[in-house]
Design a protein around this ligand. Sequence first.
Ligand code: CU
Length: 493
Amino acid sequence: MDRRKFIKAAGLALPVAAVVSASALGLVNSNNNESAESIDQRERADYTIRIGTGLVEVGPQYIISTTTYNGQFPGPLLRFKEGQQTIVDIYNDTDSPEQFHWHGQFVPVSVDGSAEEGTPYIPAHGMRREIFVPKPSGLRFYHTHTVAGGNLNAGQYSGQVGPVYIEPKIKPSGYDREEFIMLKEFDPYFMRGGDMSSDFLTGPVIPELKAMQDKAEKESPIKTKGYEVGYKIFTINGRQLGHGKPIHVKQGERFLFHVVNGSASEIRSLALPGHTFKVIALDGFAVPHPAEVPVLWIGTAERISAIVEMKNPGVWVLGDLADDDRGNGMGAIIQYEGHTGKPQWKKPKPFLWDYCLFGKQNVKAPQPDDIIKMIFAKQQAAAKGFNRWTINGVAFDMKNMKPMFHLKKGKRYRLQMRNASDDIHPMHLHRHSFEITKIGGKHTSGIIKDVVMLGGFQEMEVDFIADNPGMTLFHCHMQLHMDFGFMALFEYV
Ligand SMILES: [Cu+2]
């Protein structure tokens, strides 16, 4: 079946497909076949995504059934050109409405893929054509943005994650090959307690913030811990360690690894014994000071682009520092040409993750026009056994979806975030980027991101410019936190 016939058939079968323009459906009336053909040609989507059930062979004789993009995990790599308009057709073949979020792109609300901001859902068995100008350049990704709550088959617990690379106008140099690495867990389950410690992050714990949680716990009538999510299966690019194809390298080659943490709730680490990572970009933005590190720490939804020079021949495990998680699959094999044998793993020396390593040294960020203070807190097990999360005492209300902060276009805002909980929070701002100005007790500048990890009982400051009007969602990127209150809306016109 050619594309036009297929689309016509789809148009007949799916009433909601009427949202697509007639020309996109191949229903253009013309006496001149040539011109009808050329319209069709011009309006052909650059990419077509189908949301539906897919099978992911994570290991030998272990095949996961989950919701995927185009039946595969990760979803297809979408390559765009910065500033060049693109068309993406998204079909929702599932029985539930979906949101398709362009994480890290400066797009309008209508395209962003967040019901909280007002993006319409892609109806069950419906489709949407999205036409937009991809930006900014660099490593981005796409994922579902629905509320999972207690449903571990929904939201980002599923396989709805895929990478995006937006080609910059001037290509970066200093590497020979490019490799995309998607970190993702499967087979989630709930347990009580067992949250992630943030002792890998540099910077002090603020006693005042700890005292706030202690007080809240003491005064809470609920003494049990809230549910946390664990996973049985860990993968790189949808394959457990040893099941995926080894990455074949030659001595002297410089690999640019584009690492995406596609997890719903996990912070990941990555090391390659005998090698270092030269971090050149965080969340797709070139860093002012590329620095070499022995370990990557990468929060939920963060991305790191780092160059590894292959100068230690052998067969190695590129893997997570956590023995259990690596043992359950979080790793890939790096195999030098001419080398065989069992892949080797060596635990790296302790290393604290410090974003400031990659920032401008001794250069302060510009002063903001206004400061927005935020305190994040946990109400233990308060939402039917799940922790409820608040920003300045308020849990986001999914029914009203009212903006908490009103901004003025063009102004520079500083978010002063204080974490009165022992959990780590990868904080994310939609449709904008921000600059880290203070973290782990240190001032910095020049580090542009769209997600940043805030450690337990720590504080940080980021600045952003209100330059993309409309509702803008700000939230913790842990599915379990955002679904239970850890969101707020900024509004400006
Ligand atoms: Cu969080």
